[in-house]
Design a protein around this ligand. Structure first.
Ligand SMILES: Cc1ncc(COP(=O)(O)O)c(C=O)c1O
Length: 452
C-alpha cells in the first residue's frame, strides 16, 4: 500500500522543533486540548485509501465494489464518511449492523459475516433486507432458512468456503486453513450449495472467501483466487447453480514501518524498502484477472487497508526507569487502548510529537500502565530520549485499535478525534469511570461526598 502512503497525512512540520502533524493540525495541540490516550483520525487519509481501492477496481471496467469491514473500526462518524463515498459494509454482529444502517449504508450493500450469528441477529438482518449472509456451516443454513420461513421472507445467502491456504500472516489472524474455524471445507462446499438451493426460503447468490489479515505477499491471494474460481466453474457445470457474486474478503497488508520519516528519527532497521507489502495495484492486478474468469460481480471487504494508517494513538510519558538490562518508558497508554502488540506481536511505529535537536537516541521498551507483562507498545526500540511529560504517537492504529480496546483495570476507553484539514472535532467522548463501573445514583452520591 505504498501508493497510498506516499500522500500520508501524518508528517513532521518544517519547524526548528519539528511537530508531528495530522493534516494541518499539530498533534500536540490535540493532546493538550483533549488529553491522552487519544485516537486521532485523518479524514483525508481515509477517503484517499477508500478512493484508491475503489478506483483501482473501477479501472477494470467491471461491476465490482468495496464493502468496508466494519470490525476494523466502527466509529459511526468514520462509517458516515465511507457510506458517503459509496462503500458497502461488511458486519459481524447486531451492533455493527445497526451502526452501519444508522451511518447510512444502504441495506442492499450490507453483508453479514461470522461463524456464530445468533437467532435474533439473523432475524434483524432479514428484516433489514441486507444484501447477503455469508454463511459458515450447514447448520447455519438450516437456521437461516427456518427463521426466514417463519417471517415469510427469503434470505440471500453466500457460502463461505475455506480454501486451506496459508496466508503466512500471524496465526491468530489467519483464517483460511482447514484447522481454522472459518468457512466450509472446499471438499464439502458443493454439497452445501446444493443443500442451500433445496431450501425454499434461501436464495443462493454468492460465494465468500477470506483467508486472513495483514497479508503481505501475493501468493496466498493468488492460490485462494485460483481454487475459488475452479470451484465456482465446477459448481456451475456439475449442479447448474449460477451465482451472482464472488466476495473475495479483505486481508490486504499495509506498511507499519517507516510511516513517518525525519532525519532526526533513528533509521528503521528494515530500511525504507525492507518491509515488502504489495501495492494495491499489484494486488488487484494479480487477483482480479483470475476472479474475473467467473464472470461474477466481485466484492472486496478491506478493513485495515482503509482505516489503519489514517489514525495515530497519542500517549504521554508518565515515568522512565532503567535497570542493567532495560530502559523502560512508562506511558498512560497500553494494551487497553491498543492490544495488537500484545495479542499479535504486531509492530507499530512510535514517533515523538515534538523532535528536539541534539536529543540522544536510546533503546527503550515503551510500556503501558496495565498490570500485565504483555502490556507493551514497542520493545527494544531506538527512540530519541523521552522524559516525563513527553508525548508520542503510535502510528497506524486505526484498524483493530479502538474496536479491540477494553476496560481492563477499570480504565475508561479513550476519546476519538477526527481531523479534516485545519478543523477537528470529537467523534467519541472519553468514557467516564462512573459509567464504566456501572455505578448507580446512590454510589455516585456517596463518591461525591467522599471525593467531591
Ligand atoms: C470475513 C472478513 N472480511 C474482511 C475482513 C477484513 O480484513 P482486513 O482488515 O485484514 O482487510 C475480515 C477481518 O478479519 C474478515 O473476517
Amino acid at each position: 500500500m505504498r501508493d497510498v502512503l506516499d500522500q500520508h497525512c501524518f508528517r513532521y512540520s518544517a519547524d526548528a522543533e519539528p511537530q508531528l502533524m495530522c493534516e494541518e493540525v499539530a498533534l500536540s495541540t490535540l493532546a493538550k486540548e483533549f488529553g491522552t490516550p487519544l485516537y486521532v483520525y485523518s479524514k483525508r487519509q481515509m477517503i484517499e485509501n477508500f478512493r484508491s481501492f475503489d478506483s483501482t477496481l473501477k479501472a477494470s471496467g467491471k461491476e465490482h465494489y468495496v464493502s468496508y469491514a466494519v470490525k476494523a473500526n466502527s466509529n459511526i462518524e468514520l462509517l458516515r464518511v465511507l457510506a458517503e463515498e459509496g462503500s458497502g459494509a461488511d458486519v459481524v454482529s447486531a451492533g455493527e449492523l445497526l451502526v452501519a444502517l444508522a451511518a447510512g449504508f444502504p441495506p442492499e450493500k450490507i453483508t453479514f459475516d461470522g461463524t456464530g450469528k445468533t437467532d435474533p441477529e439473523i432475524e434483524l438482518a432479514l428484516k433489514a433486507a441486507i444484501h447477503a449472509f455469508n454463511v459458515e456451516s450447514l447448520e447455519e443454513l438450516e437456521v437461516i432458512n427456518n427463521i426466514a420461513e417463519r417471517l415469510g421472507l427469503r434470505a440471500k445467502v453466500s457460502i463461505r468456503v475455506n480454501p486451506d491456504v496459508d496466508a503466512k500472516s500471524h496465526p491468530y489472524i489467519s483464517t483460511g486453513l482447514k484447522e481454522n474455524k472459518f468457512g466450509i471445507d472446499m471438499h464439502d462446499a458443493r454439497e452445501a450449495f446444493v443443500y442451500a438451493s433445496q431450501h425454499p426460503a434461501l436464495e443462493v447468490v454468492g460465494i465468500h472467501v477470506h483467508i486472513g489479515s495483514q497479508i503481505t505477499s501475493l501468493d496466498p491471494f493468488i492460490k485462494a483466487a485460483r481454487s475459488t474460481v475452479k470451484f465456482v466453474n465446477s459448481l456451475r457445470v456439475k449442479t447448474g447453480i449460477v451465482l451472482e457474486h464472488l466476495n473475495f474478503g479483505g486481508g490486504q497488508g499495509i506498511h507499519y514501518r517507516n510511516v513517518v520519516q525525519h532525519p532526526m528519527l533513528p533509521p528503521d532497521e528494515y530500511g525504507d524498502e525492507g518491509e515488502y507489502v504489495p501495492s494495491l495495484s499489484e494486488f488487484v492486478g494479480a487477483v482480479l484477472p483470475i476472479l474475473d474468469q467467473t464472470g461474477l460481480k466481485i466484492i472486496f471487504e478491506p478493513g485495515r487497508a482503509i482505516v489503519a494508517n489514517a489514525c495515530a494513538l497519542l500517549a504521554s510519558v508518565l515515568y522512565t526507569k532503567s535497570n542493567s538490562l532495560k530502559n523502560f518508558v512508562i506511558t498512560d497508554t497500553g494494551m487497553t487502548e491498543l492490544i495488537r502488540p500484545c495479542l499479535y506481536e504486531a509492530y507499530h511505529q512510535v514517533a515523538p510529537l515534538t523532535l528536539r535537536a541534539g536529543d540522544l537516541m536510546r533503546k527503550v521498551d515503551i510500556v503501558g500502565p496495565i498490570c500485565e507483562t504483555s502490556d507493551f507498545l514497542a520493545q527494544e526500540r531506538e527512540m530519541p530520549a523521552l522524559k516525563r511529560g513527553d508525548q508520542m504517537a503510535v502510528l497506524c492504529a486505526g484498524a483493530y485499535g479502538y474496536t479491540l480496546a477494553s476496560n481492563y483495570n477499570l480504565r475508561p476507553r479513550a476519546a476519538e478525534v477526527l481531523v479534516d484539514g485545519d478543523r477537528y472535532w470529537i467523534i467519541r467522548q472519553r468514557e467516564i469511570i462512573e459509567d464504566v463501573a456501572g455505578l448507580v445514583d446512590a454510589d455516585r452520591l456517596r463518591l461525591k461526598s467522599l471525593v467531591g
